[in-house]
Design a protein around this ligand. Structure first.
Ligand SMILES: Nc1ncnc2c1ncn2[C@@H]1O[C@H](COP(=O)(O)OP(=O)(O)OP(=O)(O)O)[C@@H](O)[C@H]1O
Length: 756
């Protein structure tokens, strides 16, 4: 359509009703239970074809972008400067585009209730602050002049919709919201109206903003909060699917929180509305084919399901995938699949390449693992999710997920409780039994996996590497973070030891007796441990951390403490107590950087935290912690870090006066690299034997599974996703289809090379 002027004919579809209006609505003064369309009522029976496809660029960038005035008297400001013909058109539209509302009005003379049809449009609301900006809309706060009630009004520019051929998506959004009207957990659409320039959706106002804001504010959510919100999200998804609607773009930005902090799903612009299937259901419930495949390339990179990328289709199970991503994000504070750009994110999704953060609670981890499964058939169903032990005590059947008050929001902190293995399935618990039966029939390989998180193993490795032996019992397996009080820490570790003692954990090989592990280089330990995992160590360094702020030259632990490998035996040099730190830096192929900091001298404190970014750490010489959120690598590259333990990080930072030097402990850095290269080449050989993996194309090294050249220009930014993620369909400029085609082509090439 280009930049040509739009004609009457172009606007025609928007001047007609987009969907049939509800004829039997019962309206009250506050518009509850109401769905009314403010369009020409003559064409009511017209139903547009259900749209599919993609949205376009950032919306409302056209000159017609509308921002309602935040004025008490909108009339005067509009009147000034309006020529008579414009005024006439505006008045025409006030009449033509208004919603027709049936109001119950009390007759002052008789006291009787009578029904009046009134027209409502822009003049009936006071507009306030902008609540959000979508890819094709702006959302503003609106207060009804008559009742003082607050609403959110989604404003869509007609010109933009027409130019970008997005009209049909507005139709879908409206139709979906109409079908879902009154469904718990779904934002309510009261009515729509329009004027010459814009369409307006009068929506229920979700005063607590969106879920991304909540996660951002607290960094993460503890299990109680995660359970509360996850139960509402999955119940809302269940309701959608039951009505034959697939959302297809579930993400924290599209989950709103109402005045009671309860979930309201929004943004149905890319939803799929399924046709009803013939059914003999005795209960008369409508029947939909939730597995009907759709080829639309919709969603948001970080939450898009692998079948869309690998096999170019989605069905209702894409919502389950997105739910898995969000559950992970609640606890970890960042989405599981996140890279420097969408292309790399796609690669991670396609390969299901993600890692759990340190201390991720085991029960939630089990659920996430069963959701982030490549094959949609192997993914848990909504029913199975609800029956998962993570939701133990949540009563979906009686609707109490919506009645319970929201818990006090707290960020996630690892605890002994969180590290408890999955409880045994009770035979009497019908729901759990159902889930386990389904799992069995799905032959889900991970169903039995209650393994301890890899970070625990890392802690164990750390203990062993630094003491030369596994610490008493399974204590080394305990991963305790940010417990500053030594006594508390010990108590917690004892508790965890008990838990772990009763469990056979693959993290610590059963054979790892003190005798056997003594003197093992850490890479041997890691190669042993990581044999069964997708994640493997790319690089590991023992480093020392020194405090320069005290004015002393950096202390060489190797000199001061010859028995560096067994620091628990070292006595602090007089006056220097508490100034020595030891650290192990572990970089894995999943882009994880694990740093274990141990304050030396009798092992008084031990902490671990995790950073996530992508870079080739071989080059790294120095790491500075700039503040509690930023890490600077080699003076130039600044990385945002996703450290949930900010207080701890701050503590380290303060202690070290902003600088951490990462110097290899081994006398020659080359030795370090040699060890590492040996480790990697043996790792490569092992994995070749194991999986007959295709050879790496000669053209270049693989970085994250891709030729390095593909990401040479990628920004190094990583860390938690704290930006609002635009939906795929909203950025035609970045052309996802092309990206996808490129990555598919690349995979084909690799396969072809192998076949040759
Ligand atoms: N009912 C509401 N109450 C409060 N805030 C809202 C409401 N609806 C939307 N918002 C805010 O506006 C933002 C954009 O809304 P929405 O997602 O519906 O727009 P969109 O144009 O469909 O966006 P996109 O397609 O890019 O996801 C939301 O992320 C939210 O912050």
């Amino acid at each position: 359509m280009g930049d040509r002027s739009l004609t009457e004919a172009d606007y025609a579809p928007l001047s007609k009703p987009l969907v049939p209006t509800s004829a039997e609505h019962t309206q009250t003064q506050d518009y509850s239970g109401l769905f009314v369309d403010g369009s020409d009522s003559q064409s009511r029976s017209e139903m547009q074809a259900l749209p599919q496809g993609q949205f376009g660029d950032k919306a409302l960038t056209s000159t017609n972008r509308f921002f309602p005035l935040a004025s008490d008297d909108p009339g005067t400001q509009h009147e000034m400067g309006l020529d008579p013909s414009m005024r006439r058109r505006r008045d025409e539209w006030a009449e033509r585009g208004a919603a027709k509302i049936v109001k119950n009005v009390v007759d002052p003379a008789t006291g009787e209730l009578t029904k009046h049809v009134v027209k409502m449009g822009i003049k009936d609301f006071k507009f306030g602050e902008q609540l959000g900006d979508g890819s094709y809309s702006s959302v503003v706060l609106a207060t009804a002049r008559d009742s003082g009630k607050k609403y959110a009004v989604k404003v869509l520019s007609k010109e933009y919709l027409i130019r970008q051929k997005k009209v049909k998506y507005v139709t879908v959004e409206k139709l979906a919201l109409q079908k879902l009207n009154g469904t718990k957990g779904i934002i309510r659409l009261f009515f729509t109206f329009q004027d010459e320039a814009s369409l307006y959706f009068l929506l229920e106002y979700a005063s607590h903003g969106d879920f991304l804001g909540l996660i951002k504010k607290y960094g993460s959510l503890n299990e109680k909060c995660a359970r509360y919100y996850a139960s509402q999200i999955i119940d809302a998804v269940d309701s959608l699917h039951a009505i034959g609607i697939i959302h297809r773009d579930i993400k924290p930005e599209n989950i709103l929180l109402d005045k009671d902090m309860k979930v309201k799903l929004t943004d149905f612009g890319t939803a799929k509305i399924l046709p009803e299937q013939p059914s003999n259901n005795a209960d008369g419930k409508p029947c939909f084919d939730l597995y009907a495949r759709s080829k639309s390339f919709v969603g948001t990179a970080e939450y898009v399901s692998p079948e869309l990328l690998n096999d170019s289709y989605t069905d209702s199970r894409c919502d389950i995938w997105a739910f898995g991503c969000i559950l992970y994000q609640m606890v970890a504070g960042k989405p599981p699949f996140k890279a420097a750009n969408e292309y790399l994110t796609f690669q991670k999704v396609m390969k299901i390449q993600y890692a759990f953060t340190a201390g991720f609670p085991l029960i939630a981890k089990d659920l996430v693992k069963k959701l982030l499964v490549r094959e949609p058939n192997d993914r848990l169903t909504v029913e199975q999710i609800k029956a998962h032990v993570f939701f133990h005590g949540v009563h979906f059947e009686d609707g109490s997920v919506w009645d319970d008050d929201a818990p006090e929001i707290q960020p996630y902190k690892v605890s002994a409780e969180a590290m408890k293995p999955l409880p045994k399935i009770s035979e009497t618990d019908a729901a759990t039994k159902l889930a386990s039966l389904h799992l069995a029939s799905n032959n889900h390989p991970e169903a039995q996996d209650c393994s301890v998180i890899s970070m625990s193993a890392a802690t164990a490795a750390f203990n062993k590497d630094y003491t030369g032996q596994t610490k008493s019992g399974n204590k080394a397996n305990a991963s305790v973070r940010s417990v500053s009080n030594n006594t508390d820490r010990e108590k917690i570790q004892k508790k965890i030891s008990k838990v772990h003692a009763s469990q056979s954990s693959p993290s610590i090989p059963a054979t790892s007796s003190a005798k056997e592990t003594r003197g093992h280089p850490s890479d041997v330990f890691w190669s042993h441990y990581l044999q069964t995992l997708d994640e493997h160590v790319l690089f590991m360094k023992e480093v020392e951390i020194s405090a320069r702020d005290v004015g002393n030259p950096r202390v060489d632990l190797g000199t001061v403490a010859p028995d560096y490998r067994n620091p628990s035996d070292i006595d602090p040099p007089p006056g220097d107590s508490g100034r020595f730190y030891k650290r192990m830096l572990v970089i894995t192929n999943l882009g994880r950087v694990l740093i274990f900091v141990k304050r030396s001298l009798r092992m008084q404190e031990e902490h671990e935290f995790e950073l996530q970014f992508e870079l080739q750490l071989k080059q790294v010489k120095k790491i500075n912690l700039i503040n509690d959120q930023m890490l600077q690598i080699d003076d130039s590259r600044t990385i945002f870090i996703g450290c949930k333990e900010r207080p701890f990080l701050m503590k380290i930072w303060k202690l070290l006066s902003s600088e951490i030097s990462a110097n290899p402990h081994v006398p020659s850095p080359k030795l370090d690299h040699k060890m590492f290269d040996r480790f990697i080449s043996s790792k490569k050989q092992n994995s070749k034997k194991k999986s007959q993996a295709p050879p790496v194309p000669e053209s270049g090294k693989l970085v994250n599974g891709l030729p390095g050249s593909c990401i040479s220009k990628a920004s190094e930014e990583g860390g938690p996703n704290m930006k609002r993620l635009p939906s795929l369909q909203t950025r035609s400029s970045s052309n996802y289809s092309k990206l996808l085609a490129r990555s598919t082509e690349m995979r084909k090439n690799v396969t072809r090379t192998n076949e040759k």
